[in-house]
Design a protein around this ligand. Structure first.
Ligand SMILES: NC(=O)c1ccc[n+]([C@@H]2O[C@H](COP(=O)([O-])OP(=O)(O)OC[C@H]3O[C@@H](n4cnc5c(N)ncnc54)[C@H](O)[C@@H]3O)[C@@H](O)[C@H]2O)c1
Length: 697
């Protein structure tokens, strides 16, 4: 018998305890153990009922992801479920922790389910670009109805135990010890002779839905918008619809076909790549897991502007008391007002309670005295982007911050090492580059300076998780990883305007590719004035954008930028005035304007990202290509179903990518199209960036 499943008798109840740390994944060993234990329980005349529970911190948290893409080994999960559901003795699942994916599907194949109050239940497969492939799309709608099943399966979001009880996903909540409660429940079911409730036999809810097929067309439309271009939610809906059109066996076959289609799709390959990329990003080769961490119990933020306010909210949301320091009372009050209004808006939408607003506000202490950071374990500076100012602030911080405090800067472009040199403790200085709005965007670039201590890096990587951010390590260079690549992307977007495009042409091609918005809509949202000011300070020009700014067109905030915006609207409308400026400026650079197709727009903008990404990788600014993918998906809305720019390049094939890049170079689109040496090398070897990552860079 497999040692992953323990078998014990408690009176007339056979207790199967699965123990496959860390998350009781349903790998082949566990499946075999389950099969054998159930056979044993069936054969044992002493046994009247079976209790299925898991040891450790959770019920089955899902399939064994290591088996993904391999031919299924017998007994498959479906075979085990079949056996459980048709078992002649009642099986009760006792659920704690997270019952996810194959885990919840296993619970659904039991006759009864009882959950610990803190349990979470869900079918998150859609997030990997697939669907629940072990009966989830057939059993869940039978239990909770089609509409609720669609919502759970298409969003992949889990429900808590209380919701699960209300919806009928579980039959009872456990009071006290879950093991005892599950055994008592199993005992009771056997003693009372309660029926073996097989979910597959429940037809009432799906028969009702079969009479209302419009549910499905409505859902398709909804997810075509909410999850634009994603294949998996549409397949999930088809699988659930099959439950209403076929018998259980037919539905199961349809589910399998749709599952296989998704599994073989580029989208799911990309989403699975991304799943591992996010996890990989937390690992830093020379900062081992057992590196000492510093304790972070209190924070301070310097500057209560756009970024400082958002960063302070992020800390308060995680329950960390935070001091916010400003130079003037006016700026401080304004910053605090913005934070309060933000929280109130969130409460108004029902996402947090009125009490949460007050609890979080109470964690924030406004101050006009930098000495008030003395109690902070981490200080994040978010003052204006100016080296002299930052140096002054860090010199003062050095004098007032407690020994061992982490001194972080949120600079977007400045040299962290120069900032660190303004202190007597450069080992405590690090870049923590949040993205705007900082309380919403999940990406955090953790920028390692020349002298940053390993324990400072390890502490910040952990802290990121605590404040619900996705951290990626970057080295010091202008713009670090994300913004340095963005620069290359914007250069191309502008070049396309001069050559023949209008902003809407570029934005449409990029939006159709899958980004939330194209570069010019994004620039309007961020505000055109910031980069205009930088250009003026550094003696650079970008004639089209400069002219717009000279006209007071700063983007959404002034109602006009590359587009015009109706009062109170965020919808960009093309503007004749801009069209004329683009044409005029274009003709100053090129004799004629040419028609440029969507394919070229996408290649020019996105291969610029890839080429710059390859340089960043080669210089060691990024540890891995997959880290760059994480940055682009979380920080810049690169579509996750394409895996990130570096993975996408691999799907095209680096040989073809290189050829296209050389073509742009030969066509005179500039030196930026000099291929990155790493790209040339990998293309020549027939390798991808992923191969490069796997080989250890
Ligand atoms: N805005 C973005 O999208 C973004 C994104 C990432 C990083 N950043 C970086 O974050 C930093 C802040 O940018 P922002 O957009 O929040 O600017 P901002 O102008 O909105 O805010 C800066 C704030 O710092 C305050 N300040 C100035 N000197 C100070 C001092 N000595 N002590 C305390 N407060 C002081 C100002 O009063 C102002 O409120 C910059 O380094 C910027 O490059 C900005």
């Amino acid at each position: 018998m497999s040692d992953l499943v323990r078998y014990a008798l408690d009176g007339s109840v056979a207790v199967l305890t699965v123990d496959n740390p860390p998350v009781n994944a349903l790998g082949i060993g566990v499946r075999t153990g389950l099969k054998e234990s159930i056979e044993r329980a069936i054969a044992d005349p002493e046994v009247d009922a079976i209790a299925l529970i898991c040891a450790g911190r959770t019920f089955f948290a899902g399939a064994d992801i290591a088996e993904f893409g391999k031919p299924p080994a017998s007994p498959t999960l479906r075979e085990v479920h079949e056996m459980m559901e048709s078992c002649s003795k009642p099986i009760v699942a006792g659920i704690h922790g997270t019952a996810l994916g194959g885990g919840l599907e296993t619970a659904l194949a039991c006759h009864y389910r009882i959950a610990a109050p803190g349990a979470l239940l869900g079918l998150p497969e859609v997030k990997l670009g697939i669907l629940p492939g072990a009966g989830g799309t057939q059993r869940l709608p039978r239990l909770v109805g089609v509409e609720k099943a669609i919502e759970m399966i298409c969003t992949g979001e889990p429900i808590d135990a209380r919701q699960a009880l209300q919806m009928g996903v579980v039959d009872a909540l456990a009071e006290g010890d879950l093991r005892d409660a599950t055994i008592d429940y199993a005992d009771y079911i056997a003693a009372e002779g309660l029926p073996l409730k097989r979910v597959r036999d429940r037809d009432r809810l799906i028969a009702e839905a079969a009479r209302r097929p419009e549910i499905f067309s409505f859902a398709r439309k909804h997810y075509a918008g909410a999850r634009r271009n994603f294949l998996a939610p549409q397949h999930c809906i088809s699988a659930i619809q099959a439950a209403t059109e076929m018998d259980f066996e037919g539905g199961m076959r349809r589910e399998r076909e749709l599952f296989n289609e998704l599994m073989a799709s580029d989208q799911s390959t990309a989403q699975r790549h991304f799943f591992f990329a996010e996890r990989q990003a937390r690992k830093i080769p020379d900062v081992p897991r057992d590196t000492t961490r510093r304790e972070i119990k209190a924070a301070a933020v310097i500057g209560a502007g756009t970024m400082g306010g958002g960063i302070a909210m992020t800390f308060a949301n995680a329950g960390l008391p935070t001091v916010i320091v400003e130079t003037s009372r006016e700026a401080l009050e304004h910053g605090m007002d913005v934070i309060r209004r933000n929280y109130e808006r969130t409460a108004h939408k029902g996402r947090i309670s009125e009490r949460d607003v007050e609890t979080r506000m109470a964690l924030l202490t406004p101050s006009l005295d930098l000495a008030d950071v003395a109690g902070a374990d981490i200080v994040i500076e978010a003052v204006f982007e100016n080296m002299e100012l930052k140096k002054q602030v860090f010199a003062r911080l050095d004098a007032v911050a407690k020994p061992g405090a982490i001194l972080a800067t949120n600079t977007s472009t400045l040299d962290i090492d120069q900032i660190a040199a303004a202190t007597s403790r450069p080992e405590d200085v690090i870049g923590l580059h949040f993205f705007s709005p900082a309380n919403v965007m999940r990406l955090l670039e953790v920028v390692r300076g020349e002298q940053t201590a390993k324990e400072v890096i390890a502490t910040c990587m952990d802290l990121a998780k605590r404040i619900s951010k996705v951290p990626v390590l970057a080295g010091v260079c202008h713009g670090f990883i994300g913004n340095r690549m963005l620069h290359a992307y914007f250069d191309q977007a502008y070049a396309l305007l001069y050559e023949g495009c209008q902003p809407r042409d570029v934005d449409k091609a990029i939006h159709d590719f899958g980004f939330k918005m194209g570069p010019f809509a994004m620039a309007d949202l961020a505000g055109l004035d910031v980069s205009w000011r930088v250009r003026k300070e550094t003696g650079q020009s970008q004639p089209i954008a400069d002219r717009l700014c000279e006209m007071g067109r700063f983007g959404q905030k002034t109602g006009a930028g590359f587009y015009r915006y109706a009062e109170g609207s965020r919808t960009p409308r093309p503007d004749r005035e801009v069209t004329a400026i683009v044409e005029e400026e274009g003709l100053k650079r090129h004799e004629v304007r040419r028609a440029i197709g969507a394919d070229e727009i996408v290649e020019r903008c996105l291969l610029a990202l890839v080429n710059e990404g390859a340089r960043i990788l080669e210089e060691g600014i990024a540890l891995r290509a997959s880290d760059i993918d994480v940055i682009y998906v979380h920080g810049y809305s690169f579509p996750v179903y394409r895996g990130g720019p570096m993975f996408w390049a691999g799907q095209i094939g680096l040989g073809r990518v290189l050829e296209t890049i050389k073509g742009f170079h030969d066509a005179g689109h500039g030196d930026v199209w000099q291929p990155a040496p790493l790209l040339e090398r990998l293309a020549a070897e027939g390798h991808s960036f992923q191969d490069h990552d796997q080989a250890g860079g």
